[in-house]
Design a protein around this ligand. Structure first.
Ligand SMILES: *[C@@H]1O[C@H](CO)[C@@H](O)[C@H](O)[C@H]1NC(C)=O
Ligand SMILES: *[C@@H]1O[C@H](CO)[C@@H](O)[C@H](O)[C@H]1NC(C)=O
Ligand SMILES: *[C@@H]1O[C@H](CO)[C@@H](O)[C@H](O)[C@H]1NC(C)=O
Ligand SMILES: *[C@@H]1O[C@H](CO)[C@@H](O)[C@H](O)[C@H]1NC(C)=O
Ligand SMILES: *[C@@H]1O[C@H](CO)[C@@H](O)[C@H](O)[C@H]1NC(C)=O
Ligand SMILES: *[C@@H]1O[C@H](CO)[C@@H](O)[C@H](O)[C@H]1NC(C)=O
Ligand SMILES: *[C@@H]1O[C@H](CO)[C@@H](O)[C@H](O)[C@H]1NC(C)=O
Ligand SMILES: *[C@@H]1O[C@H](CO)[C@@H](O)[C@H](O)[C@H]1NC(C)=O
Ligand SMILES: *[C@@H]1O[C@H](CO)[C@@H](O)[C@H](O)[C@H]1NC(C)=O
Ligand SMILES: *[C@@H]1O[C@H](CO)[C@@H](O)[C@H](O)[C@H]1NC(C)=O
Ligand SMILES: CC(=O)N[C@H]1CO[C@H](CO)[C@@H](O)[C@@H]1O
Length: 400
């Protein structure tokens, strides 16, 4: 075996403790619980750790505070528990996929991870993350039985993807900024999505959500979409701009929605669509909306559509309602005055109202699920002898 543990200098932490670091090139595979315990001398583990497919017992990785690479467990139908009592940082991906019976995930000190990529964890109902993860670039959680995300409270993130967690009814984070995208879809039947501190986001898509709060949101650089949600009311009190650099605002097929209020919104840099929200009778919650760079495409059962500040629509303009519709006179003036540039339709009592189709209602922003594969193919094994040496080394450090 070409594996080599490099145990260089000791770093005194706060003058009180000694720290050892262990390096492997590539990935170390844990084939038995004992392999994991053997890592206890490595305060910092430089390399990646994978848990073997066939391992059928609880794995505890004690003592390790930092893993510079990935921590991966995939395709294991036997492992019941993974824990790491001291682990604070995973420099790479924390990937858990297809672990059918995993029910305990205990990482009481974990606070920082490059990415969380979890998929198909049919037995996982809760996390034991006492400190709570506050930093991750990517958070992707799919097909778990998690009931809450207690233990994950990110302040900073690039990408969030939370889908198909059927028991998850509470998604709440302190996030201030979503740099790339957020997508929430098909979680619990009564799921709330609460982001009280979120100010800036690139793309965001919400589907099948029952309660939503985006009270601080000011800017969406890309697209913002709400599809098939259950909430009755949608308020974005501080949202000023959507699609700063080309992006759509889309509110489609939200079956209970009866009040939409965006009192600060002034500009949509792409298309603006409010479609098939069958309980929405009045579209009057956009008092400052002045400029729409793409198409204005509304259809439903509205009795009134009012946009008192509107002064520019660069794409097509379409309003179709099954009801007797008020409000067209004002838009007709904008069309005559040239403020509405594209093809113009504003009709009530339409038997089958529809859109102009320039904004596919399925558009959404997400990077989707990417899975990190730290192949067990180039797996490395921890020989008992090496583990012994590490133990001795750790003991030496303990004496210092
Ligand atoms: C999962 O593991 C089983 C055996 O444990 C193996 O037969 C199967 O090919 C693995 N599947 C994948 C996708 O790796
Ligand atoms: C959020 O991140 C984007 C992209 O990095 C940046 O342009 C923007 O200023 C940030 N906004 C806030 C409020 O931190
Ligand atoms: C979520 O909404 C989609 C329609 O956009 C629907 O097909 C799907 O069944 C819904 N999922 C759940 C879990 O309600
Ligand atoms: C749904 O969740 C909200 C809180 O988000 C709660 O007030 C309400 O009672 C829940 N409804 C049901 C039917 O569980
Ligand atoms: C909305 O913006 C105003 C003015 O910038 C600010 O005072 C207020 O706190 C914001 N509301 C929220 C919920 O962030
Ligand atoms: C805003 O979105 C555009 C594309 O729509 C992208 O090119 C640009 O990088 C985004 N800005 C930030 C700060 O993310
Ligand atoms: C309209 O919304 C309802 C849910 O309220 C959904 O069942 C239906 O498929 C949607 N129709 C279209 C054309 O999207
Ligand atoms: C819609 O909600 C806003 C904000 O809460 C409120 O001011 C307004 O009166 C509501 N409109 C209707 C028709 O309920
Ligand atoms: C609906 O629109 C018509 C035409 O603009 C207007 O006269 C009427 O007052 C509006 N109704 C409501 C409730 O805003
Ligand atoms: C943002 O959403 C737009 C429109 O759906 C899409 O074209 C773009 O790729 C998305 N960008 C990111 C970073 O998700
Ligand atoms: C059938 C119908 O009423 N069509 C009208 C739809 O709206 C446009 C523009 O307002 C009218 O020109 C059509 O006559």
């Amino acid at each position: 075996m070409s594996m080599k543990y490099v145990v260089p200098a000791l770093a005194a932490i706060g003058g009180a403790y000694a720290q050892s670091s262990c390096s492997v090139s590539g990935t170390t595979t844990i084939n038995a619980a004992a392999d994991a315990s053997a890592l206890s001398g490595c305060s910092t583990f430089s390399g990646s750790i994978a848990i073997a497919t066939g391992l059928g017992e609880a794995v505890s990785i004690p003592g390790v505070r930092r893993i510079t690479g990935d921590l991966t467990a995939t395709n294991n139908s036997l492992i019941p528990s993974i824990s790491a009592d001291s682990l604070q940082v995973i420099g790479g991906a924390f990937t858990l996929t297809e672990l059918q019976v995993l029910s305990t995930l205990s990482f009481p000190q974990l606070s920082q991870v490059d990415s969380i990529e979890w998929n198909a964890l049919a037995g996982l109902q809760q996390l034991a993350f006492t400190s709570g993860v506050e930093q991750a670039n990517t958070l992707s959680i799919q097909n778990t039985q998690l009931q809450t995300l207690d233990g994950i409270n990110l302040a900073v993130v690039d990408t969030v993807f939370i889908t198909n967690n059927n028991y998850l009814n509470d998604i709440s984070m302190q996030l201030g900024n979503i740099t790339t995208s957020l997508r929430i879809e098909s979680n619990g039947a009564n799921v709330s999505a609460i982001f009280p501190n979120l100010i800036w986001a690139n793309n965001m898509t919400f589907r099948n959500v029952s309660t939503i709060a985006l009270n601080s949101l000011v800017t969406v650089n890309g697209s913002l979409g709400f599809y098939s949600n259950e909430f009755e009311s949608l308020q974005c009190a501080n949202l000023t701009n959507v699609g700063t650099n080309k992006g759509d605002l889309t509110i489609v097929s939200n079956s209970n929605l009866n009040n939409v209020s965006f009192p600060s919104l002034t500009k949509v840099g792409g298309g603006f669509s409010i479609q098939n929200n069958t309980e929405l009778m009045m579209v009057n919650g956009f008092p400052k909306l002045a400029v729409i760079t793409g198409a204005f495409d509304l259809y439903g059962d509205f009795t009134n559509v009012t946009m008192p500040a509107l002064k520019e629509v660069d794409g097509a303009f379409n309003i179709q309602s099954s009801s007797t519709l008020g409000g067209c006179d004002a838009f007709s003036k904008l069309k005559s005055g040239g403020e509405i540039r594209g093809k113009y339709v504003c009709n009530g009592t339409v038997s089958k109202p529809s859109g102009v189709g320039s904004n596919p209602s399925s558009a959404s922003g997400s990077s989707g699920s990417k899975s990190t594969n730290t192949g067990a193919a180039n797996a490395m094994y921890i020989p008992t002898a090496a583990a012994g040496v590490m133990g001795v080394v750790a003991a030496m450090f303990g004496l210092l």
